[in-house]
Design a protein around this ligand. Structure first.
Ligand code: ADP
Ligand code: GN1
Ligand code: MG
Length: 374
C-alpha cells in the first residue's frame, strides 16, 4: 500500500503530532508492517509501528489484541516492580481515537499500532555472538516473567500452532491434493520428511502424559522478534506477541535455535552455506539457561536439543506444505521461495542430526558452568 492509502488509517490512531510519512518496515512473513512518522508542534518527529493484521492467519483480531494487551501489561508491571525502565521493555499499544486497540478499514482489513521503541536494533542475521547470548536471556526472561500469568486468560490465536503431528497431517493432505502440480518435482524432499515422521509426536506425547508442563510461551522466537539497545547491545524487548499462547518452553528454545544458529539466512538457496553455527548455539543456550534454567524441569532440559531438531523439522513441513499448496500462507518474494526455505530447514536439520552428541554435551557443560548441574 502506498503512503496515501496509509495516511487515513494512521490518522485513526492517537499518535502525537500529525501524519508525515509511512514506509514498509521489517521482514515478517505474516503481517504487513509500516513505520509511520509524525511531526509534533516543535517540529520534531515521532515514530510508530502500524500493522495490518493478517486476518486469514489470525481470524479473531479482537482476541489477538486482548492477548497482546494482557501480556504486555503483565510484563510491564513485573518489570516496573524491579525498578527497571518499563517503557522500553515491552510493546505499548496505541489506541484509536475511539479508544479501541485496533481499527477495521472499509476494505475489511484490521490495523493496530504501537509506539516505536527508539534506540533499538533489529537483527535478521547475527554477526556478534553476544547478541545471541542476549537474545537467549531475553526469551528466557520472557518465560520467567510470564510464569505467574494465568494461562486460561489467553486465547489460542492459532490452534495447534506447534502441534507437529497436526502439521504432518496437513503436509500429507497437501501432498495428496497436489493443488498446483508441484509434488512430482519434489519427490526427494517429500521422502526426506516422511523418513523423519516417527519422532513428530514426541513432545505432544510427553505433554499428554503430564511429563512436560504447559506454560505461557511466545511461540515465534525468531531473532528479529527481539529488539537490542543500539548503544549497549543488550536485548531489551521481545516483540511480535501475536502467537503468545499456552505452549511448551521447548517450542521457544527450539525455534530460536532453528532461526538464529543457522550459518545462513532462513531462505538461503545455496545449501552448502547452511549449517549449525555452534558458537551461536552455545551463546543462545547459555543466555537462555541462565535465566529460564532454574524453572525448567529435568524433562524439559533433556529435550532441549531435540526441540531444536523438531521445530526445524516442523518448519520444513510448513514451508514445503505451503509450496505444494501454491504459497497461500508465507509471503514469498521470488519463485520457489518456500521451497528454498523448506530445503534450507532440511539441510539444517541434517546438520543438527550430525552434531547431536556435541549439542547434548554442550547443554550439560553450560548447566555445570552456571551452577545448575542436574
Ligand atoms: P511480523 O508478525 O510480520 O513478524 P512484527 O510484530 O515482528 O511483525 O514486526 C515486524 C518488525 O517490526 C520486527 O521484526 C521489528 O523489527 C519491528 N518492530 C515491531 N514492533 C516494534 C516496536 N514496538 N518498536 C520498534 N520496532 C518494532
Ligand atoms: C512467521 O510473522 P513472522 O515472520 O515473525 C511464522 C512463524 C515462522 C516464521 C518463519 C504466525 O513468523 O511461525 O516460524 O514465519 N508466524 C506465523 O520465518 O505463522
Ligand atoms: Mg516478527
Amino acid at each position: 500500500m502506498g503512503m496515501d492509502d496509509i495516511r487515513p488509517i494512521a490518522e485513526r490512531f492517537l499518535f502525537d503530532g500529525r501524519f508525515h510519512t509511512a514506509e514498509r518496515y521489517g521482514n515478517g512473513h505474516i503481517n504487513e508492517t509500516y513505520l509511520v512518522r509524525t511531526i509534533v508542534e516543535d517540529g520534531s518527529t515521532r515514530r510508530y509501528i502500524l500493522q495490518k493484521i493478517n486476518h486469514h492467519v489470525f481470524r479473531h483480531p479482537v482476541r489477538l489484541m486482548q492477548n497482546m494487551v494482557a501480556v504486555s501489561d503483565h510484563i510491564r508491571t513485573r518489570v516496573a516492580a524491579t525498578g527497571a525502565d518499563a517503557s522500553r521493555s515491552l510493546v505499548t499499544v496505541v489506541p484509536t481515537v475511539e479508544g479501541a486497540s485496533f481499527t477495521q478499514h472499509e476494505d475489511g482489513t484490521f490495523w493496530r499500532a504501537q509506539v516505536f521503541i527508539e534506540g533499538t536494533l533489529c537483527i535478521d542475521q547475527v554477526e556478534d555472538v553476544r547478541h545471541l547470548y542476549e537474545a537467549g536471556k531475553a526469551f528466557g526472561n520472557f518465560q520467567r516473567l510470564l510464569e505467574d500469568f494465568p494461562a486460561e486468560c489467553l486465547h489460542e490465536t492459532i490452534p495447534d500452532f506447534h502441534n507437529t503431528p497436526v502439521r504432518l497431517r496437513v503436509f500429507e493432505r497437501a501432498v495428496a491434493e497436489d493443488a498446483v502440480g508441484r509434488v512430482a518435482s519434489i519427490a526427494e524432499d517429500v521422502r526426506f520428511l516422511r523418513e523423519r515422521s516417527g519422532d513428530a509426536s514426541r513432545l505432544v506425547d510427553l505433554m499428554g502424559q503430564g511429563r512436560l508442563p504447559l506454560r505461557v510461551t511466545h511461540n515465534d522466537t525468531k531473532l528479529n522478534n527481539v529488539l537490542f539497545d543500539s548503544a549497549s547491545g543488550e536485548a531489551i524487548c521481545v516483540v511480535d506477541l501475536d502467537t503468545v499462547m499456552p505452549g511448551l518452553s521447548l517450542y521457544d528454545f527450539g525455534d530460536a535455535i532453528r532461526f538464529a544458529a543457522n550459518t545462513a539466512v532462513e531462505d538461503e538457496p545455496d545449501l552448502d552455506r547452511v549449517g549449525l553455527d555452534f558458537p551461536m548455539f552455545e551463546h543462545f543456550t547459555r543466555g537462555y539457561l541462565e535465566t529460564a534454567g532454574p524453572v525448567l524441569t529435568e524433562e524439559e532440559i533433556r529435550q532441549l536439543c531435540f526441540s531444536a531438531r523438531l521445530i526445524t523439522y516442523e518448519l520444513a513441513l510448513r514451508f514445503l506444505s505451503d509450496h505444494i499448496a501454491g504459497d497461500p500462507y508465507f509471503r514469498i518474494h521470488r519463485p520457489n521461495h518456500n521451497l528454498d526455505r523448506a530445503r534450507c530447514q532440511m539441510r539444517l536439520l541434517l546438520e543438527m542430526e550430525r552434531h547431536e552428541a556435541e549439542m547434548e554435551a554442550s547443554v550439560r557443560r553450560i548447566l555445570a558452568e552456571t551452577g545448575q548441574a542436574r
